[in-house]
Ligand binder design. Structure first.
Ligand code: GLY
Ligand code: MN
Ligand code: MN
Length: 426
């Protein structure tokens, strides 16, 4: 659990970075309609959550800075017994004042008049440019003195780059659950008939262990379906000789995990599948071993592309000189995506990859990134040797960059061929 003291520290750090004579606003996520009068399960906005730990909608966090002094206010929904009968208890302003170490807490219906007051003699307004919210629309109508609109998200998202000890613990907890789910999948694949059955086994483990949900829609892609990168239909029959690419990770207390394993339906890899799998696994392990402070993500990308291209030439999937194939980006056809991404409150964590001078930000201790090389060989691509067609493989782990190098947070999730094969027969 992350305590109020840590959230307060984040708010103060953010407030200090604001320019003088400014107001900054973070809004809670809005409820989203699924259909008619049913809503999607509610999920708080990550930047708002990072600064408050508050899970209710219809609330805002406001920073008001005059010269170098600042005040921080929280607006929350009023307690309303009739509404609470239907949608659950609200914290209310009184209780929020006890729990949050802010300068004051107001009820959200006072947001517009209070804002008008805060905006007097201010010329800068910070808010998250990506967010659409009716509360923000009100603010923009009131903001007559404002000369500069600034993106509040960039500063918080830069803070989110480096994970605290408590954040790392939550990601580790998410990964413990995700490990159990992937291991269950290895044992169940032979016994089940459809992709969605395997998805159900995985997501049962997530829920059973108190994870709020999946961190993204699970991908359970058997055979040629694995060659659709974001395949989420998960409705096809499992065929005995195929592989299944499973990209699934739970979200625990708002923190993600993001793991891909590719396993045989039958529990045994064929010779051709082994050749491809081992190639991807060797690349994954090599790239992980390169991770350390100051290395660039583009260096990892380039090395992965080079190794995969060499591997494809060796197996007869690509023909010609590796140098020329790389130069012409021919290998991209079968490895079209990035080597990995930041992960945290969001599975693709909203942290910058470039600094203000548009230069790539090197890896730093405390960052968490996925490493996820893959190879995707469509069934209908006649240029590929027949034995490899219809196979898609990705292997993905979640890595913490440390002062000394790295720690693979998901190292216990099985991925060696022999380990997967023997675990599947247990
Ligand atoms: N699960 C999404 C990704 O691997 O980026
Ligand atoms: Mn990923
Ligand atoms: Mn993934």
């Amino acid at each position: 659990m992350i305590k109020e003291k840590e959230y307060k520290g984040r708010r103060e750090k953010f407030a200090k970075k604001l320019q003088s004579d400014s107001v900054a606003i973070f809004c809670a996520a809005e409820q989203k309609v699924r259909s008619n009068d049913t809503e999607y399960p509610y999920r708080q906005d990550s930047n708002f959550y990072y600064l408050t730990g508050f899970k209710e909608d219809n609330s805002t966090l406001v920073f008001v800075k005059k010269n170098t002094t600042y005040k921080i206010y929280l607006f929350v929904e009023k307690k309303d017994p009739v509404k609470e009968l239907w949608t659950g208890k609200r914290l209310g302003a009184e209780k929020a004042k006890e729990l949050f170490d802010v300068d004051d807490v107001f009820e959200i219906e006072h947001f517009a008049p209070k804002l008008q007051e805060f905006l007097e003699e201010k010329n800068k307004l910070y808010y998250d440019f990506k967010v659409k919210n009716k509360l923000l629309d009100q603010v923009k109508l009131l903001a007559k003195n404002i000369l500069y609109y600034k993106d509040a998200a960039k500063t918080v998202e830069t803070m989110r780059l480096i994970k605290s000890t408590n954040e790392i613990k939550l990601i580790q907890k998410a990964l413990e659950i995700t490990k159990e789910a992937h291991h269950k999948a290895i044992q169940m694949s032979q016994k089940l008939s459809f992709e969605y059955e395997l998805q159900a086994e995985i997501e049962y483990i997530f829920k059973k262990n108190g994870a709020y949900s999946d961190a993204y829609t699970s991908i359970v892609a058997s055979g040629d379906n694995a060659n659709t990168l974001h395949y989420i239909d998960n409705n096809m029959a499992l065929n005995k000789g195929d592989l299944i690419l499973i990209d699934a990770g739970c979200e625990y207390e708002y923190y993600s995990s993001d793991i891909t394993r590719t396993i045989p339906v039958s529990g045994k890899f064929t010779k051709a599948q082994k050749e491809l799998y081992q190639m991807v696994l060797d690349v994954e392990k090599k790239i992980i071993s390169m991770m350390k402070p100051n290395i660039l993500r583009s260096e990892l990308q380039n090395e992965a592309e080079k190794m995969l291209c060499e591997g494809m030439v060796k197996l007869g999937i690509l023909k010609g000189s590796v140098k020329k194939l790389l130069k012409d980006k021919v290998h991209k056809k079968y490895f079209p995506h990035g080597i990995g991404h930041y992960m945290g409150l969001d599975v693709h964590d909203q942290n910058p990859y470039k600094n203000q001078k548009n230069k790539e930000i090197p890896l730093k201790a405390g960052m968490i990134l996925t490493i996820e090389p893959g190879i995707y060989l469509p069934e209908d691509d006649k240029k590929i040797p027949k034995k490899y067609r219809g196979i898609g493989i990705r292997i993905e782990d979640d890595i913490l960059v440390t002062k000394e190098g790295y720690e693979n947070l998901s190292k216990e999730i099985l991925k060696e061929i022999k380990d997967i094969e023997s675990y599947s027969s247990l």
